[in-house]
Ligand binder design. Sequence first.
Ligand SMILES: *Cc1c(COP(=O)(O)O)cnc(C)c1O
Length: 396
Amino acid sequence: MTTPEKLRWIEEELADLRQAGLYNYIRTIASPQGAWLVVDGRDVLNFCSNNYLGLANHPRLMEAAKQAIERYGVGPGAVRTIAGTMKLHVELEERLAAFKGVEAAITFQSGFNANLGTIPALVGRGDVIYSDELNHASIIDGARLSRATIVRYAHCDAEDLRRQIEANKDAGHRRALIVTDGVFSMDGDVAPLDEIYEVAQEHGCLLMVDDAHGEGVLGRGGRGIVDHYNLHGKVDVEVGTLSKAFGVVGGVVAGSAVIVEWLRQRGRPFLFSSAMTVPDVAACLAAVDLLEESTELVDRLWKNTEYFKREMEGLGFDTGKSATPITPVMLGEASLAQDFSRKLFEEGVFAMAIGYPTVPRGKARIRVMISAAHNREDLDKALGAFEKVGRELGVI
Ligand SMILES: *Cc1c(COP(=O)(O)O)cnc(C)c1O
């Protein structure tokens, strides 16, 4: 079919993306999200997913989802303010609040929606948001939706944050919100939340952290970045996702009871979009059970991470400034990263190339995601493939 004239511009844009090595080729997977995947009919090692703890196909989560379907069906019916809220959702929120050590929690359909709902509920026109320059797209969009003034501060730089706040002191803003990713998803570095908290205290700002990549990873038994820095009771809003370490899908906002109550009244994705589905919620409840029972999976995740990074650095790769299981293998040009990823795939290793606009131009990389699901043999196979392709392409 030929493209109508009025849509021709899209074809041109798509051609430009392909030319620049920035086109997203999406692989189709015919297996669960385990350490190994079946992609295009072949078995490959999985280093792409955010399935940090291997929960995406964990038998306990699968069983919990099945049982909940038997009992409650699949769908939530409508938005919770209209159709009522299922017991399961309330139970999950109570369990998540207890796990995180906060007063209350509220779930959203995704982490993305949690940010879109939370930021505009807390600040609006006449307010100001101080946002780390590398914050996640959902924070950027949530901030824009709020209509507050957005002031970006230098990445992970509490001193610059302080300067920006001082420079805006006389602008007459009503409220101020500081918002940062906890773990930055493309570099794997961790926000200096302790220092940021000090600045928030000095200036009476609300403090919000998006702990999507810290949930189930950082802190005692995966309790997240606030636990990691021992800042309990000091961070106003913790946004999290149930789509990464928790292995399912969904978003959560944890914090004081009054903020959670406010989000039930004013969080637009809560008010105007249906809730998480029954099997999602039940599987998340089983994930909380597992995390509370044992730190085994979190411990294995970190052991795998330390081994893989040490070996990659030994081979001569630049793994950036990551302090978490997110392991960027820095390559520079987007086309080199795409070639590298394609050759890895030929070696049976599935690891994505990431380029602009997800990361700045000239900072393309392969992003390796380590999981507790990997065993030593898996990691060694990947290291062998990286070494081979790295030499072939003159990277090491
Ligand atoms: C992945 C991610 C999200 C989105 O979470 P979903 O549950 O997948 O919508 C939000 N914020 C950050 C920092 C993330 O890394």
